[in-house]
Design a binder for this molecule. Structure first.
Ligand SMILES: Nc1ncnc2c1ncn2[C@@H]1O[C@H](COP(=O)(O)OP(=O)(O)OP(=O)(O)O)[C@@H](O)[C@H]1O
Length: 676
């Protein structure tokens, strides 16, 4: 559904949340197996019935009936292999219906952004997916319908045949349907809105009855944004606030090929045509299909080379430079000779655990081949999840900059510690096996050795710190420049390098420029987590750390996020301080992270999110305020920290101790309705 709920929208789901079913529940004979996605309006589950799998979308009836029925109408109208298929619907529960339940075919696959991040596709492969979406749009447009929310998150790449399937017609419209939205902007997601929609908003936004009427050219433009991101790893523009308060583009449009020299010229030209300023200059969907089909006949090598550089175990930085901030520039400016890194992530080598001598660096592609050949998991972030539940990032995020309230950085990318994934994985395996054995047999001893290493555990570490109920403090969640003990710890190991990071005050002010990081490779993390959890839990006997208690958002956070164009579930990158992907040491308490990768809604890239780190079975981050990088404006938000695999909280890295929590320095930050 829309990235941006319409007008003066009060979320009806808040009213029915307690009635909402959960995984494992039976909804009219369909057993909910897994959460596939939760958007601004509905919740989508993988469900099973009679051995068959389905996707069930639950939309609260209260207030959303129009939207739900609109989605039904749209789905019923369009029957196309590249559009998700409607199988039925009913109101649930039968006695006192609260939800519209839409039954759809289950598209087993990955979101387009996840697919791209994992596969590091070629121009040819990208074009095949664009062809599927173009065909879907052609069918919609020929049927006088518009999708109005074309974006990576609404395109699934079906595992079985690789076809792109368009989902979420919830804010689509048909020439016969009545208008549901208010306001001068159409529903949809800001980064994908056409220039003419923004122009209309600028010129007529203040008029009470102004209503932008979307056209097929809006869908085509949005597909252009998708294509541009697939080719370059960045959005064509960032929207920034202009002098008059309206949203304007951050700079001129740079061709896809200028951003990434691996993009074939003709494909770049096509992409730029989709992004033309004037709607009449863009091709219609039918013409687009024909042009794409024609381009697919090209057979030059450049069409079959990966568009981006591969991640490998150590290339977490791009190019060496006299100044590390060069990479920050890379993130924000035109780069002719650099590409974002994509492809399956590498197991992070566990340099300190492995005693194997470092082999020579192995080219990324070759390493990938080795990884596949051996059958070892090469992408743990995705290996253990149903494909379509793996969420990806909407922008080139996992490879970005940061500040932080951190100390104790442990470099991951040192040449002197190079090891292949094989030796690294073996190292982890051995370390974990040992950890498990030791914890089982020598728990007391280990606890003792911990005390030796860390000194007396800090008071309160034996149980997860209770989260004070919001009423108890008078404020729901601390925000503003309130400081709990700083989430800064001293380096714990002599081998750790001094932290090349800035420090921050509790309000989250960045005091030094940031250094960049790259996406985290996460294979082996389960094992590492096991080791770390064992270190923290098993060896201390009876203490079991659990998740922190749920908490509501700070007052005003939901409204503010809505105004900023951020919906519940939206994600962006975050980073703790330092240069590069790092394990670093933090403590519970107030902390700050940098929002990295792109603007998050209207929050500028590089702004500082602050909140608390809480130790449970993992380290949970609850961010309750954001300070804008450019204006210094501080607003309440409700966002949680996810790790690089989009799991809530940060995994404890080996070597964590109660007062010195070792975590990885980058991940995702997600807008939430409450802290669960
Ligand atoms: N038929 C399907 N098969 C598999 N996964 C699906 C299906 N429909 C939706 N999903 C997954 O669920 C996610 C949310 O679905 P959808 O976009 O329809 O919900 P929404 O509430 O409208 O979300 P949003 O407000 O974010 O757009 C999708 O991004 C996709 O990953």
């Amino acid at each position: 559904m829309p990235g941006e709920p319409p007008g003066n929208f009060m979320h009806p789901r808040d009213r029915v949340q307690s009635l909402e079913p959960a995984t494992g529940d039976d909804v009219g004979g369909y057993v909910l197996k897994a959460l596939l996605g939760q958007g601004g309006f509905g919740t989508v589950y993988l469900a099973e019935r009679g051995g068959q799998r389905y996707a069930l979308k639950l939309l609260p009836l209260a207030g959303l009936r129009d939207w739900g029925e609109r989605e039904l109408l749209m789905l019923a109208r369009v029957k196309h292999p590249n559009v998700v298929r409607l199988l039925g619907y009913w109101h649930w529960p039968d006695q006192a219906p609260c939800f519209l339940v839409v039954i759809m075919e289950y598209v087993e696959g990955r979101r387009l952004d996840v697919w791209a991040e994992t596969e590091n596709p070629t121009a040819h492969a990208v074009l095949l997916r664009i062809l599927g979406v173009a065909r879907a749009l052609r069918a919609l447009h020929e049927g006088k319908a518009l999708h109005r929310d074309v974006k990576e998150a609404n395109i699934l790449v079906r595992e079985a045949d690789g076809e792109a399937v368009l989902v979420d017609l919830g804010v689509g419209t048909h020439e016969d349907t009545s208008r549901v939205t208010g306001g001068s902007l159409p529903p949809g997601t800001r980064a994908y809105l056409s220039p003419e929609a923004w122009r209309f908003h600028r010129e007529h936004g203040k008029a009470p009855d102004a209503h932008y009427r979307s056209t097929p050219a809006d869908d085509v433009y949005a597909l252009g944004v998708v294509l541009y991101w697939l080719l370059t790893g960045t959005k064509p523009f960032h929207m920034v606030e202009g002098n008059d308060g309206s949203m304007v583009r951050s700079g001129p449009l740079v061709s896809a090929r200028a951003r990434n020299g691996r993009v074939p010229e003709e494909l770049s030209t096509l992409c730029m045509r989709l992004l033309e300023e004037g709607p009449e200059q863009r091709p219609g969907a039918a013409s687009l299909v024909a042009q794409v089909e024609e381009l697919l006949t090209r057979d030059l090598p450049e069409w079959h080379a990966p568009l981006c550089d591969f991640h490998d175990a150590h290339n977490v930085t791009t190019r060496p430079g006299p100044d590390a901030d060069e990479e920050v520039v890379w993130l924000n400016e035109v780069r002719e000779d650099f590409r974002p890194r994509r492809g399956r992530r590498w197991p992070r080598p566990v340099e300190h655990e492995s005693t194997t001598p470092a082999p020579e660096a192995v080219p990324a592609q070759l390493m990938e081949a080795q990884a596949s050949a051996s059958g070892m998991p090469d992408s743990v972030a995705e290996a253990s999840l149903p494909a379509s539940t793996v969420s990806g990032r909407p922008d080139s995020v996992a490879e970005e900059p940061l500040p932080a309230s951190t100390v104790g950085l442990e470099p991951r990318d040192s040449d002197s510690h190079r090891a292949t994934w094989r030796t690294a994985a073996l190292g982890v395996l051995l370390a974990v096996s040992c950890a498990a054995l030791l914890s089982a047999h020598l728990g007391g001893w280990w606890m003792h050795s911990f005390a030796d290493e860390e000194g007396e555990p800090a008071p309160g570490w034996k149980v997860a710190p209770p989260v004070p109920p919001p009423e108890s403090s008078g404020a729901a969640v601390p925000h503003g420049a309130v400081s709990t003990p700083a989430a800064i710890a001293l380096p714990t190991m002599p081998s750790e390098e001094p932290a090349p990071v800035k420090t921050q005050n509790p309000a989250g002010d960045a005091q030094q420029p940031t250094s960049p990081v790259r996406g985290r490779g996460s294979a082996g993390k389960t094992l590492q987590a096991a080791a770390a959890a064992c270190a923290l839990l098993g060896c201390t006997g009876a203490q079991v750390r659990e998740r922190p208690s749920p908490e509501p958002c700070p007052p005003g956070a939901a409204e503010t996020m809505k105004q900023l164009g951020i919906n519940v579930g939206d994600k962006m990158g975050w980073s703790f301080g330092g240069s590069g992907n790092r394990v670093l040491t933090v403590r519970e308490g107030w902390t700050s992270v940098e929002i990295v990768g792109a603007d998050f809604g209207d929050i500028p890239n590089g702004s500082i999110a602050s909140g608390r780190l809480i130790l449970g079975d993992r380290v949970y981050g609850r961010m309750t305020q954001v300070r804008f990088r450019d204006t210094g404006r501080t607003v309440p938000v409700c966002m949680e920290l996810l790790d690089g695999g989009s799991e809530r909280g940060l995994e404890l890295e080996p070597g964590s101790a109660p007062t010195n929590l070792r975590v990885f320095s980058v991940g995702y930050i997600r807008a939430v309705r409450s802290f669960e």
